[in-house]
Ligand binder design. Structure first.
Ligand code: PLP
Length: 409
């Protein structure tokens, strides 16, 4: 988080002290750095310069329209997994020829919309889905470009709930099924088989699984003898959540892909979410109570698992950073929890944390990806606001849901 960092003991988002924002906006809220978003996207583009890929931002990781708009300005496409995401990508101004539609359970309505909007590629995950698309394409007298998602039976070393590339998972087709489906599609008049796609999981920081995936794709392309127009390598590139965790080495990844592309003229597509947006935001929250119980100290925040689900859902760790740093330390462990009536509503246990008191503010780090987009109204709590900082300016990019709106729905 280069643009979100401590400056003279104050946590700053670009040029603004987070504490100042906490006093202006009602906590809890998400706070984004525009510069960080731009830097991340540019770094990705630069690292893959020689490949010149189409970068389709995974909308499910963060679907804020203003952020999508910024990404669009930089040239990003979109990876969508629902009709809602498709319409949001369009609304952000992203052109259809930069949109890929993924997902294991596209409904007839969603396929209709994808056809109508003329997306670049529909990545299919089953034979029955292929039949349905062919039927819809026929009725519309159109020829539709599709890709097949391969299940390479390779798992990235990551949490089991965000691993998608093993053969026991519901995603994609096994190599044999893939080959059989290619033959069937060849005979379908309203479909063009243009792509092969993979996505083995999320938050992968090690290059090895990606290396293996490229080998499997190579093998299968040889077997099909199809000159795929697109090779969609999905997302999954990991970032650094823990102090000693290194983000995925994308320069090394670029080298591997360059080698892989020898004797091929396919266009590479990426679908990164977390790598672009993960470290762009913090969640700012206030300490409501500090409660001692059974020799433990619980710090109860005004942010809960409904606002940030990742710790409860994936045992994810988000570093807790006070908005004002001091050098006085507390003894013993302290546990940061939310106000929700669930025991899984806990964020983390910290050792040697600085002295804090009720009414102080803290932030949860690296919450840009799968933060707001996974949030809910559980416990009938309103969706919280999203704020964007650019230089010394700040603005609301999504208003906090009003109680009236919440209560009437
Ligand atoms: C979730 C998802 C992505 C994005 O994953 P990240 O780990 O955020 O990069 C890309 N492609 C597909 C098909 C996905 O389901």
């Amino acid at each position: 988080m280069k643009h979100i960092r401590l400056r003279k003991n104050n946590l700053c988002v670009e040029n603004i002290a987070a504490l100042k924002l906490a006093k202006i906006y009602k906590t809890p809220f998400y706070c984004y750095s525009l510069r960080q978003l731009q830097d991340n996207y540019q770094a990705l583009k630069d690292s893959f310069k020689s490949i010149n890929p189409l970068i389709c931002f995974s909308i499910k990781s963060n679907s804020n329209i203003k952020l999508l708009n910024e990404l669009k300005k930089m040239g990003a496409g979109a990876d969508v997994v629902s009709v809602g995401e498709l319409l949001k990508a369009k609304k952000a101004g992203i052109k259809s020829n930069k949109i890929v539609f993924s997902g294991v359970g596209k409904t007839e309505e969603e396929i209709h919309m994808a056809v109508r909007k003329r997306v670049l590629l529909i990545n299919v995950e089953s034979e029955n889905e292929v039949n349905l698309i062919n039927k819809i394409a026929k009725r519309a007298s159109r020829k539709i470009a599709i890709g097949i998602r391969l299940n390479p039976n390779i798992t990235g070393k990551t949490h089991k709930k965000i691993s998608t590339g093993g053969k026991q998972e519901k995603f994609g087709l096994t190599q044999n099924d893939f080959l059989n489906l290619c033959k069937k599609i060849k005979k379908m008049k309203n479909l063009n088989l243009e792509g092969i796609s993979v996505h083995i999981g999320s938050q992968i920081t090690n290059i090895e699984p990606f290396k293996k995936v490229l080998m499997v794709i190579n093998k299968i392309i040889k077997k099909t003898q199809i000159n795929f127009k697109f090779i969609d390598l999905g997302g999954g590139m990991g970032i650094s959540y823990l102090k000693n965790e290194k983000p995925m080495n994308i320069k090394q990844y670029a080298k591997l892909i360059n080698k892989f592309l020898k004797n091929k003229d396919s266009k590479i597509i990426f679908e990164p979410g977390r790598f672009i947006i993960g470290n762009v935001a913090i969640l700012i929250s206030k300490i409501i109570y500090i409660k001692k119980s059974a020799g433990k100290r619980f710090v109860v925040l005004d942010a809960g698992m409904n606002d940030l689900m990742r710790p409860a859902l994936y045992d994810a760790y988000h570093q807790i950073i006070p908005l004002k740093k001091t050098n006085k330390l507390l003894k013993g462990n302290i546990e940061f929890v939310g106000p929700i009536c669930e025991s899984s509503d806990r964020f983390s246990t910290e050792k040697k944390f600085q002295k804090i008191k009720e009414g102080d503010y803290i932030s949860l780090a690296n919450v840009g990806a799968y933060g707001m987009s996974l949030s809910s109204n559980y416990n009938t709590r309103p969706f919280i606001a999203e704020i964007m900082v650019s230089g010394s300016k700040h603005k609301v990019i999504r208003k906090r849901q009003s109680l009236k709106n919440l209560v009437n729905n």
